[in-house]
Design a protein. Structure first.
Length: 95
């Protein structure tokens, strides 16, 4: 299991404790899908997609599907800090 899979498992466990709703559980993912770090970012994104597909095929988390909202930071640190809130706007929040 890779570091990315361990991180995803921890996030899925934490998200599973949120209030129950019928909507999918959304997890934000900020990655360098283009730019100098694209090779790593695309590999991480692919690994996350595989893990989420496997989890959803096994019934999701507490019966809910998981959806990843990925935002490309273009491999630029400053842009990453500006785009970080974008996935958070799409994530599920406990009320």
């Amino acid at each position: 299991m890779t570091h990315c899979s361990y991180g995803l498992a921890a996030v899925l466990t934490a998200v599973a404790t949120l209030a129950w709703v019928e909507d999918p559980i959304k997890i934000g993912h900020l990655a360098s899908l283009t730019g100098a770090e694209a090779n790593f970012g695309q590999s991480a994104d692919h690994g996350i997609a595989i893990a989420v597909d496997e989890r959803n095929a096994a019934g999701g988390v507490l019966g809910r599907k998981v959806q990843v909202v990925t935002v490309d930071d273009l491999g630029r640190a400053l842009l990453a800090t500006m785009r970080a809130p974008v996935p958070a706007r799409h994530a599920n929040h406990a009320t």
